[in-house]
Design a protein around this ligand. Structure first.
Ligand code: GLN
Length: 536
C-alpha cells in the first residue's frame, strides 16, 4: 500500500516547505523507495500561469504542459523524476471540478457544500498519484500557513484521509519556526506551541516537527518542544539555516528525519542511503577552481524567485564545470546604447531571460548587440531568443522596424509572429504552446555538440515563434537554425556561425536541469564563458 506524508507549515510563510519536502523525498529515494511530491495551493487561480512573477515567482512548466508552482521545480531538481499536472492542485481547480460535476448532475438532489464535496475532491486528488501504483510514498505539501482561512478545507481533508488510511500509512510533518530573540538571547518555542495547538483544534496531531532556526536547538529546547507539542523527542528535527538548499538533504539525514519517518510508517530503513552522486555534486559546488561572471538580463530581476530555474541551472552547470557562477542581475530597463558598455562591463557571458510584453525589450536588444559585436558568449531563452532574432534582423539584415508582433502588430518586418493556432485563442489561462515538444538538431552545430545527440525534447511556454518567411535571409547572414521541430518546422534554436558562442532557444532548457543531469546547454554556455574569462 502507498504511504502518505503531509507537510504543513506554521507560524510564518516562506519557511521552505518545498525544500524540506524535496529533501525528505531525496533521502527516501536514496534508500530505494519510489517517491513523488505534490503541492496543494490554496489560491483560487486554476493555476499560476496567469500570475505575474512578482506575485508568485516563476511559473514552472511540466512535461505534460501544466503551468505550476515553482516548488515542482525543486522536486524535479532534487529527485530527477518528472512531475505532471497531477502534482499541483489549487483551490480553483478543486472548485472547478466540483462545480463541473454539479452541472453534470453528479450530485443531483443534494446541496453541494465544502464538507463533504470539496474535502472529498481534495482527498480524491491526494489519492490520484498513490493509485497509479508507481510510488511507494506520496508526499503532499500544503501551501499556506496553518490558521489561514483558505487552508481549512485542506487540513480537514487531511484529518479525514488519515482516519481512513490509518496512522501507520500516513503521517504529518509540521514545519515551524523557532525564533531567536536577540534581546533575551534565547530561542522561543511559544509560536510553535500555538501553531501545533491550532492544528490540534482542527483534529490533527503532527507526528514530526521540523524546526527552522538560526541557532542550534539544545537538548533542553528539544525536550520542551517535544513535551508541549506532544511528540517524541526524536521527532523534533532541527533545520538550521543552510548556505545552499542542496545541503538540506544531508542535514535532514544527520537529524535522522528519514529514519523517523520510515519507523512511523512501518517501513524498513535497513538499506543505507546511496547519496554518492549528491555528495560529489556538493563537493564540486563547494570547491570551485575558478569563477565566471554571467549577466542575467531581465525585467523581474528584483525578485530572485522570478528566475528560480535559471539560477538553479547555473548552480548545476557551475558544479559540472567546477567553477563558481556568479550571476549578476541587470535590469533590462536600465540598459541603453549609451551605458551598455559600462552596464555589461566585466561579464564573461550574457543571458537574456524569458518574459512577456514590451517593457525592457530595448535594453535586452541592446545587450544582445553588445554580446554579438564583442564576442561575449550569449544565451537567449524564449523571449531572449526572440530578441536575438529581432536584433540580428535590424542590425545585420538591415530590416528597419523588425519586431515581434507581440510588441508591434504593424511591424514592416514581423520576424517573430504569433503562431497560426494562437490567433483564434481568446482565453489567457493554459492556452500557450505548453510542455514538451520534440526537436531535431543539425549535425555539427553547437547545440548537437552540447547534447551529444540530434533528437531531443524540451519544454515550451510561449505564443510567438520565429517567422519562417525570413529563414533564408537569416541563414544567408550566418545564422543557423540548429534546432527545428520535426513536425511543424518551427525554429527552436538559433546560433551564429562567426561567434565563439551565440545560441538561443525558443524552449526553456532551465526547466530540465537537475542535480543528476545538469542541462547541457547551460553546461556549455558556462564553459564558453569560462573560456572567455581565461582569454581576458
Ligand atoms: N512573450 C513571448 C511569447 O509568448 C516569450 C514567452 C517567454 O519568454 N516565455 O512568445
Amino acid at each position: 500500500m502507498t504511504k502518505y506524508i503531509f507537510v504543513t507549515g506554521g507560524v510564518t510563510s516562506s519557511l521552505g516547505k518545498g525544500i524540506i519536502a524535496a529533501s525528505l523525498a531525496k533521502l527516501l529515494q536514496s534508500r530505494g523507495y519510489k517517491v513523488t511530491i505534490q503541492k496543494f495551493d490554496p489560491y483560487i487561480n486554476i493555476d499560476p500561469g496567469t500570475l505575474n512573477p512578482y506575485e508568485h515567482g516563476e511559473c514552472y512548466v511540466t512535461e505534460d504542459g501544466a503551468e505550476t508552482d515553482l516548488d515542482l521545480g525543486h522536486y524535479e531538481r532534487f529527485l530527477n523524476v518528472a512531475t505532471s499536472q497531477a502534482n499541483n492542485i489549487t483551490t480553483g481547480r478543486i472548485y472547478q471540478n466540483v462545480i463541473n460535476k454539479e452541472r453534470e448532475g453528479a450530485y443531483l438532489g443534494k446541496t453541494v457544500q465544502v464538507i463533504p464535496h470539496i474535502t472529498d475532491e481534495i482527498k480524491r486528488n491526494i489519492r490520484l498519484l498513490g493509485e497509479s501504483n508507481e510510488y511507494d510514498i506520496v508526499i503532499t505539501e500544503l501551501g499556506g500557513t496553518v490558521g489561514d482561512i483558505e487552508s481549512l478545507p485542506y487540513i480537514e481533508a487531511v484529518r479525514q484521509f488519515r482516519w481512513e488510511v490509518g496512522n501507520n500509512n500516513s503521517l504529518v510533518i509540521h514545519l515551524t519556526l523557532i525564533p531567536f530573540l536577540a534581546a533575551a538571547g534565547e530561542l522561543k518555542t511559544k509560536p510553535t506551541q500555538h501553531s501545533v495547538k491550532m492544528l490540534l483544534e482542527y483534529g490533527i496531531q503532527p507526528d514530526i516537527l521540523v524546526c527552522r532556526t538560526e541557532h542550534q536547538l539544545s537538548m533542553d529546547i528539544r525536550r520542551k518542544i517535544a513535551q508541549f507539542c506532544n511528540v517524541h523527542i526524536n521527532a523534533v528535527i532541527e533545520s538550521i539555516d543552510a548556505s545552499t538548499i542542496y545541503d538540506v538533504p544531508l542535514m535532514m539525514l544527520k537529524e535522522q528525519l528519514d529514519k523517523t519517518v520510515l519507523t512511523k510508517l512501518k517501513l524498513s530503513h535497513k538499506s543505507e542511503p546511496d547519496l554518492e552522486n549528491w555528495k560529489n555534486f556538493l563537493g564540486h559546488l563547494k570547491n570551485p577552481t575558478s569563477e565566471v561572471k554571467i549577466g542575467l538580463v531581465g525585467k523581474y530581476v528584483e525578485l530572485p524567485d522570478a528566475y528560480k530555474s535559471i539560477n538553479e541551472a547555473f548552480i548545476h552547470a557551475g558544479a559540472k564545470n567546477e567553477c563558481k557562477v556568479k550571476v549578476v542581475c541587470i535590469h533590462s530597463e536600465a540598459i541603453n546604447s549609451e551605458n551598455v558598455k559600462e552596464k555589461l562591463q566585466g561579464l564573461d557571458g550574457i543571458l537574456v531571460a524569458p518574459g512577456f510584453g514590451s517593457r525592457g525589450i530595448d535594453g535586452k536588444i541592446t545587450a544582445i548587440t553588445h554580446a554579438r559585436e564583442n564576442n561575449v558568449p550569449f544565451f537567449g531563452i524564449c523571449l531572449g531568443m526572440q530578441c536575438a532574432v529581432i536584433e540580428i534582423a535590424r542590425n545585420v539584415l538591415g530590416l528597419e522596424g523588425a519586431n515581434s508582433t507581440e510588441m508591434d502588430e504593424n511591424s514592416p518586418a514581423p520576424v517573430i509572429s504569433m503562431m497560426e493556432e494562437q490567433k483564434t485563442v481568446i482565453n489567457k489561462g493554459g492556452t500557450m504552446r505548453l510542455g514538451s515538444y520534440p526537436c531535431e538538431l543539425k549535425k555539427g552545430s553547437k547545440a548537437a555538440a552540447a547534447y551529444g545527440k540530434t533528437s531531443i525534447k524540451e519544454r515550451h511556454r510561449h505564443r510567438y515563434e520565429f517567422n519562417n518567411d525570413y529563414l533564408k535571409a537569416f541563414e544567408q547572414a550566418g545564422v543557423t537554425a540548429s534546432g527545428v521541430n520535426p513536425e511543424s518546422g518551427l525554429v527552436e534554436i538559433i546560433e551564429l556561425k562567426n561567434h565563439p558562442y551565440f545560441l538561443a532557444t525558443q524552449f526553456h532548457p532551465e526547466l530540465k536541469s537537475t542535480v543528476a543531469n545538469p542541462h547541457p546547454l547551460f553546461v556549455n554556455f558556462v564553459a564558453a564563458s569560462l573560456a572567455n574569462a581565461r582569454k581576458k
